[in-house]
Ligand binder design. Structure first.
Ligand code: ADP
Ligand code: MG
Length: 323
């Protein structure tokens, strides 16, 4: 083990503190186990992360990031209870959660009322607001990463890990095409962003030009949403981060003060059990054609500094709009 290991952040300790139970699943970085913390009696989820070629141990940056996550404590953020190395793996110990929002959404026996949805929205945004206040970006917000406890409380999970351990998929060549696929899906749902809407887009490091598709009305994607809900969604789905609503503004949006009030989390229904939810993994969007890439990456390069942006902008925008 490297001498660089910070004994306070990642402690080598008797592994018998945690009594391993069943495997919960295979995650991006390795297996996740259910376990009992014999010190506290608490049920926990342990993520075993293969350190692979980082055999010398974790570098200072990774350790600092883990320490930051350990200090990020909020009712709507999953707690990182402990972190320790063992046999070339890093073990991250999290509080155990019953289920996640994806399972709730997919459960056909659960009807989500507008008040229930508002409750989930509020818990999600509260967790995210705390992250942003501490200058932590989540970078992987999706229903599957919003875990739900037995009292209905929602907690953000899986943030920061991609930054600490790298995105493992990236090492394989298909990551490029899955990123493109995902962008295609987003553009199909929300319209292909135009440089007139988001001038800095064309300077993104791996910018590729997509076929233009207009944005369908947001109402067609969310037929049951209230006008307030749609207004908030439109502001959160704004492509240009400079024009997008901030998390603080989002929490002050009238959607949260107008009727109905959010459901008390303890009154939210959660799925009876995990499993048998895999049937409809293919979303409706997959049945349709997504916009495709028009130009390969690397045609335009990011230019640093706002003055430089202006010098290069006119030409680049002309290029990009000339489909
Ligand atoms: P991925 O990296 O693909 O997002 P995860 O590592 O988050 O996968 O999770 C893998 C599996 O472990 C999933 O089935 C998830 O439900 C489960 N899991 C992860 N964290 C927890 C937790 N804190 N409590 C209970 N189950 C968890
Ligand atoms: Mg996850």
């Amino acid at each position: 083990m490297s001498k660089s290991v910070d004994t306070d952040t990642v402690r080598k300790q008797p592994v018998d503190r945690y009594l391993k139970r069943q495997v919960l699943g295979e995650g991006t970085y390795g297996v996740v186990y259910k376990a009992i913390d014999t010190l506290t009696g608490q049920t926990v989820a342990i993520k075993k992360i293969r350190l692979g070629n980082q055999k010398e141990g974790l570098n200072f940056t990774a350790l600092r990031e883990i320490k930051l996550l350990k200090e990020l404590k909020h009712p709507n953020i999953i707690e990182l209870i402990d972190a320790f190395p063992d046999k070339g793996n890093l073990h991250l110990v999290f509080e155990y959660m019953q289920t996640d929002l994806e399972a709730v959404i997919r459960d056909r026996n659960i009807f989500l009322s507008p008040a229930d949805i508002k409750s989930y929205m509020l818990m999600t945004l509260r967790g995210l607001a705390f992250c942003h206040k501490k200058w932590v970006l989540h970078r992987d917000m999706k229903p599957n990463n919003l875990l739900i406890g037995d009292k209905g409380q929602l907690k953000l999970a899986d943030f920061g890990l991609a930054r600490i351990f790298g995105s493992p998929d990236r090492r394989f060549t298909h990551q490029g095409s899955s990123d493109i696929d995902q962008l295609g899906k987003i553009f199909q749902a929300l319209g292909t962003p135009r440089p007139s809407q988001w001038a800095d887009m064309v300077y993104l490091p791996e910018y590729v030009e997509f076929q233009y598709v207009p944005a369908p009305p947001l109402r067609s994607l969310f037929p049951m949403a209230s006008d307030d809900a749609l207004d908030l969604l439109a502001k959160m789905f704004t492509y240009d981060p400079r024009a997008r609503i901030s998390i603080q503004q989002a929490m002050e949006h009238r959607y949260f003060s107008s009727a109905p009030p959010p459901t008390d989390p303890t009154k939210l229904r959660i799925p009876a059990s995990k499993g048998d939810l895999l049937e409809s993994k293919v979303s409706d969007l997959n049945q349709q054609e997504s916009p495709t890439v028009l130009s390969p990456p690397g045609k335009l390069r990011r230019v640093m500094g706002p003055e430089a942006f202006d010098i290069n902008r006119n030409q680049s925008i002309d290029d990009a709009e000339d489909y």
